[in-house]
Design a protein around this ligand. Sequence first.
Ligand code: F0G
Length: 459
Amino acid sequence: MEEQGWPLAEPYKTKMVEWIELLPRPAREDAIRRAGYNPFKLLAQDVYIDLLTDSGTSAMSQEQWAALMRGDESYAGSTSFQDLQASVQDVLGFPLVLPTHQGRAAEHVLMQALVDAGDLVPNNLHFDTTKAHVLARGATPVDVVVAEGLEPGGDFPFKGNVDVDRLGDLLREQGERIPLVMVTVTSNQNGGQPVSLQNLREVRRLCERHRKPLFLDAARFAENAYLVQQREPGQSDRSASEIAREMMSLADGCTMSAKKDPMVNIGGFVALRSEELYRKVRDFGILYEGYATYGGLAGRDLAALAQGLRESVMPQHLAYRTAQVAQLHQALEASGVPVMSPVGGHGVYVDAGRMLPHIARDAFPAWALSVELYRERGIRAVEIGTVLAGRDPKTGEHDYPALELLRLAIPRRVYSQAQLAQVAEAMRRILARRDGVEGYRFTYEPPTLRHFAAEFEPI
Ligand code: F0G
């Protein structure tokens, strides 16, 4: 592949456009007040640049749209399912696949099959839905990420890595309570941070020694593979797709939210190596999702997913995608906005705790920054801080996470560099007047998953 070159340019051209509009400031003030100062409750048409999530928000390619038209809607044994199976075998190397309607459904059927009350499930850093599914089984999620993973600064290249000493101790001391080990690639919760191949190999060795299946939460596996190619000694000559296959070869299976790297608007799956495990998971899949060859998806969704999975490891796509994210990171860093470093794969995470030190944690600095970003430029981002973390079920206290972050998640193939430059400019302006940014308090606090439905007022 030819070098990326300068300035950064999209490796595609646009065939269809969707108009977006920046509302005037008074209308934005009105919209966010009506939303109870909760960006989740904004209407999409009131948002100018939507960085709420990179999940289900990608632009599909012409090949994916064409695949959609060829979708086979047979209830059982659809050709679109066969295409998905072939794609999973090619790209990931797993022989068996059980489609599900999205990632959390894959987690649901896997946990139903493997996890019982009283179990422990280790994971580098659980994503919220994975954590919720472990808890829903009466089991306990245990985060075993390396210490560097919870520090905002520094240049440790693999902040998603598992602390193998801690995992080893856990397996030795509590092994009989551990039904599986999971690793999230990349780790969403601390900045889309990658896991090194070396680390995955060590985790694999531990799992073999203790006879535990290893599963990857693979939503952003291709970005992880690309960051391994860029950052891990000895990997620069290999393609991301080769690295991705090696990552998968170390695991017994994966759960996939196909709304991320595989660039579909809906879909997911569990992929597996063992026929015995597949049968167990399949029975729950049929119960909760639908027959084993469609799993809650239309045939056309399976077809678009099969194609999107192949595109997820395209070198020009990954080079552009990660460079686009890195450029936003650089622009923010250059203007003094504190960000989680080094940059991860799918977004830039602003350290709101450091940016707004005058706002107490129980007045939600990262939440305040999300409201301010909407006010400033109609941009929607998501808090990954105290509001999301919820309360300790025993004490009722806020469950303060290590970091108070605002995630600017970048949808794939959607926004231009000029649009992202507007995001950097808006953040710079907020930084310049940060002392005037105020904290928030609840006017309505839901008992669970409070970030989706909560309402606030400025203090
Ligand atoms: N695993 C990871 C690492 C995720 O980031 C997500 C979703 C899931 C599993 C669940 O997948 O949404 O298809 O059910 N993350 C989205 C986000 C919601 O915005 O980061 P899903």
